[in-house]
Design a protein around this ligand. Structure first.
Ligand SMILES: Nc1ncnc2c1ncn2[C@@H]1O[C@H](COP(=O)(O)OP(=O)(O)O)[C@@H](O)[C@H]1O
Ligand SMILES: [Mg+2]
Length: 346
């Protein structure tokens, strides 16, 4: 049964112009289906719930949004953008534009997006609040790679701002200076961003979904496990682990509710809400953690506006916590409508 909201809303859905989904996915290849799945799931579900829904395809023209605001006078803009003008960090500027237009929107505010997109800045803020974070160093493009003495191997090398494990493989884990330099240069070349090398935190891979502005709720902590990981490999969520179905099968990839003790669960929930506030997040987000054998949680990164396709981690953990997909989307909208604007986040 589909959840029926009391009020039908006019909603524009902001998507990349290549990801405006067709009415049905039947004709698409598996790969193309995967590409537009989030957009398709959100748009079809909102329509089914009775909302008036207008998908808006965007590449680099803000006036397309401006025109849509004038034409449709939406109650809310459902933001599914992950980049603008081909650049992932520009999504925060699109949200700034919505704020300037005094347009209600779903997901995170510009300040939260800016802070969380930078994996070094995120950790600096948490360290200020005396939370334990992996030790790290940043290696900008065109600067000689020199490891600070305090930073000990093994290190995990990744892009400072890239998402979706782009640039992450088993080779991201390095044990000496030569390999560190090679991998940093690889990130510079391939990702075209600064690299960050972090103390490698051995442990379980755990994600926590959160939703809200001042009043925050958490969903069931979710764990990524690889049941058939080859001998000598680490449980790193590499590009292949995230996106290659054949490889996922081979390593026995599964995501499921993390069986934590009630105390661990409580600690993680409390920690997650604090981090959400420290980073000025709003809307909804997923926090990626490592949990050590001793039960310490280390934040690896914060993901504002995470993937919300049906049957993906965020929606699955919400469903596990008793919030089915259509209600989750409705809640994301309600939280967006209640958001008070940049001046009042703190
Ligand atoms: N410091 C670290 N210690 C251990 N594993 C890490 C560390 N940093 C990243 N990883 C591994 O790499 C994966 C991707 O890193 P993450 O920072 O979450 O980047 P992305 O934005 O691409 O998801 C993590 O899910 C984890 O498996
Ligand atoms: Mg991650």
């Amino acid at each position: 049964m589909t959840f029926e909201p009391k009020k039908k809303l006019r909603i524009i859905v902001l998507v990349h112009q290549d990801l405006v989904p067709p009415d049905s996915l039947d004709e698409l290849s598996d790969k193309d289906k995967l590409e537009v799945k989030t957009e398709y799931d959100v748009i079809t579900t909102l329509k089914k719930m009775g909302h008036e829904v207008y998908p808006i395809g965007l590449y680099n023209q803000l006036n397309v949004i401006g025109n849509a605001l004038m034409e449709h006078k939406p109650h809310i803009a459902f933001n599914l953008l992950e980049e603008f003008h081909g650049y992932p960090l520009y999504d925060q500027h699109v949200v700034s534009y919505l704020e300037l237009m005094k347009q209600a929107y779903t997901g995170c505010n510009p300040r939260g997006l800016t802070l969380a997109h930078d994996k070094a800045l995120t950790k600096m803020i948490l360290a200020y609040h005396r939370l334990q974070v992996p030790n790290f160093a940043v290696f900008p493009i065109n600067r000689k790679v020199r490891r600070p003495k305090r930073l000990k191997f093994p290190l995990l090398v990744k892009s400072i701002s890239e998402e979706g494990s782009v640039g992450i493989a088993q080779a991201s884990l390095v044990h000496d200076d030569e390999k560190l330099t090679q991998r940093v240069e690889f990130i510079h070349r391939q990702n075209k961003t600064a690299a960050i090398a972090e103390q490698y935190i051995k442990g379980r891979e755990i994600y926590v979904g959160l939703i809200g502005n001042q009043n925050i709720q958490t969903y069931a902590p979710w764990e990524l496990v690889m049941e058939k990981l080859p001998e000598g490999s680490e449980n790193i969520a590499t590009l292949k682990v995230k996106w290659d179905p054949a490889y996922q099968e081979r390593v026995g990839l599964a995501t499921r509710a993390a069986g934590l003790t009630p105390e661990q669960h409580k600690t993680l929930e409390r920690l997650s809400k604090r981090i959400y506030r420290y980073l000025f997040l709003s809307g909804y987000a997923r926090l990626d953690y490592r949990m050590t054998e001793e039960g310490q949680f280390y934040l690896l990164e914060a993901n504002p506006n995470p993937q919300i396709a049906r049957d993906e981690d965020f929606a699955d953990s919400a469903a596990h916590s008793g919030v089915p997909y259509d209600q989750l989307l409705q809640k994301i909208i309600t939280v967006g409508l209640n958001y008070q604007g940049a001046g009042q986040v703190t």
